[in-house]
Design a protein around this ligand. Structure first.
Ligand SMILES: O=C[C@H](O)COP(=O)(O)O
Length: 257
């Protein structure tokens, strides 16, 4: 299971490091992580990436398998792209994952399926696993949602497939209407859509995992674990203890198998 959190732009430098130290300490000692059942990750803002990498090394969380991600990247390797950050530079910093196409970037920063596809290819070319954010816009029938998400997934990986790229692909199923909400989507909806995405992705050329995000917190994983490969946490992991509680749930699930 892949379980982690994007800090979005919620925290400044000091709070990012405080949160990371606390979560990394939990992860470094947690049996779910130490036994290799859970791969934890954190996705801070760009300027905090080097410090977060250092904290994970100092706490032993990096040795236990905890990964660092970026919240975006540019599709070109270098050039006159003011304000952007390239995949090769992120790889130099030790970044293993990069969020691509988050609903907030699509809505506020003009990301399209075409730019997402270019970013997915750039990440894969540089050995960074895309955390490709997929989700239907409005709440509704799970069949229509699954069809919309599968179409979005296909469009997002089309360029990478044409270029013959392979590697790890993390599909983050995040129903747009469930992001920033009081509650996650219903468990039957998540299980149906994530299950459809997982079956579809498994037929492709990538080493694919499907994780769920959108107001996820403690208590959700046991209800959807048969259909997802992990969790993508936001606000409800701002308390490090909540992150630990979800690791406990993952461990209990594995022990029940
Ligand atoms: O990146 C995480 C997702 O967008 C979910 O955020 P949220 O749990 O705060 O709704």
């Amino acid at each position: 299971m892949l379980i982690g959190s994007s800090l979005k732009m919620y925290f400044g430098r000091a709070r990012t490091l405080e949160w990371t130290r606390a979560v990394a300490a939990i992860c470094a000692e947690h049996p779910a992580v130490r036994r290799g059942l859970v791969e934890p990750f954190v996705i801070p803002t760009f300027p905090s990436i080097p410090d977060v990498v250092t904290v994970l090394q100092e706490t032993g969380a990096a040795d236990a398998g905890m990964l660092v991600g970026a919240q975006d990247l540019h599709w070109e390797d270098a050039g006159a792209f003011t304000g952007e950050v390239s995949a090769p530079e992120l790889a130099e910093h030790g970044v293993a994952l990069a969020e691509i196409g988050h609903a907030e970037r699509r809505r506020m920063f003009g990301e399209t399926d075409a730019t997402v596809a270019r970013k997915v290819a750039a990440a894969l070319r540089h050995g960074i696993a895309p955390v490709l954010c997929i989700g239907e816009e409005a709440a509704g029938d799970h069949r229509a949602a699954a069809a919309a998400c599968i179409a979005q997934l296909d469009a997002s990986v089309a360029l990478a497939v044409r270029e013959g790229l392979t590697g790890r692909l993390v599909v983050a199923y995040e129903p747009v209407w469930a992001i920033g909400a009081p509650e996650p989507a219903g468990e039957e909806h998540i299980r149906a859509v994530a299950g459809a995405l997982r079956a579809h992705a498994a037929a492709g050329p990538f080493d694919a995992q499907v994780i769920y995000g959108g107001s996820a917190g403690p208590g959700l994983l046991p209800r959807i674990a048969d259909s997802v490969d992990g969790m993508f946490l936001g606000r409800f992991a701002h308390d490090p203890a909540a992150f630990g509680a979800i690791l406990d749930e993952a461990l209990a699930l594995e022990e029940d198998r």
